[in-house]
Ligand binder design. Structure first.
Ligand SMILES: Nc1nc2c(ncn2[C@@H]2O[C@H](COP(=O)(O)OP(=O)(O)O)[C@@H](O)[C@H]2O)c(=O)[nH]1
Ligand SMILES: [Mg+2]
Length: 211
């Protein structure tokens, strides 16, 4: 199956359709079909839903995933009938009981480790704060498992240019990464750059040959 991704000259992804597919609590519930997937992860309240909504130019599609009972699930969205966004549960939220916290690891790790059509893991951090221990653990895991990954430092509008520069330098240093994209859901800054990364990850997916 060929894949055509329409972008305008500014390389802004043209969203023709977005559809909430389902919330899944176990691997048997993950949607079928070898459709490339981009997963979004980060600690609770980091701005994950706002990033997804901004990318999709909707006000509250990703809110679906914050309705009670769904915050611990993997939430799947189909975009342009061509690829999926997967909203992973936020981690490290203090009010979440320990049992659920460790459940995050198990369910998400199993998704990240086993999902063959996962083409990009977008790890969201807050540009104002030092990455947490859980952020470092997640990053290390993705690196060790050779997962394509992208770090997005969000809420960049809350910092001055100088502060942002310092912060991005720190994030790169802490994660030993060359690339961190600064993003703001408020101004849309960084949005096209995130889309370009998603676009090339999705385009890299090799559909299995159909006999
Ligand atoms: N100023 C600013 N606030 C943001 C940004 N992204 C998220 N927020 C705010 O941060 C809070 C948490 O955002 P949300 O997207 O729900 O985080 P999630 O828990 O990771 O899904 C909300 O009050 C958002 O309005 C951003 O880029 N800039
Ligand atoms: Mg959310």
């Amino acid at each position: 199956m060929g894949l055509v991704i329409k972008v305008d000259t500014a390389c802004r992804m043209k969203i023709t359709s977005t559809e909430f597919l389902k919330s899944s609590f176990k691997p048997a519930d993950w949607p079928g079909g070898l459709v490339p997937e981009v997963a979004f992860m980060g600690r609770s309240n980091v701005g994950k839903s706002s990033l997804i909504n901004s990318l999709l130019s909707v006000r509250s599609l990703a809110r679906t995933s914050s309705t009670p009972g769904r915050t611990q699930a993997l939430n799947f969205f189909l975009i342009n009938n061509q690829f999926r966004f997967v909203d992973l549960p936020g981690f490290g939220y203090a009010r979440v009981p320990k049992a659920i916290k460790s459940g995050w690891g198990e369910m998400v790790t199993s998704y990240l480790a086993k999902r063959e059509q996962l083409v990009l893991s977008i790890h969201i951090v807050d540009s104002r704060h030092e990455p947490t221990t859980l952020d470092l653990q997640l990053h290390e895991w993705l690196e060790q498992h050779a997962k394509s990954r992208l770090i997005v430092a969000t809420k960049s509008d809350k910092l001055s240019n100088n502060e942002l520069k310092t912060s991005l330098g720190r994030v790169k240093r802490v994660f030993s990464e060359d690339r961190v994209i600064a993003f703001s859901a408020r101004t849309g800054s960084g949005r096209n750059e995130v889309w370009r990364a998603i676009e090339s990850a999705v385009a890299s997916f090799n559909y299995p040959k159909v006999a």
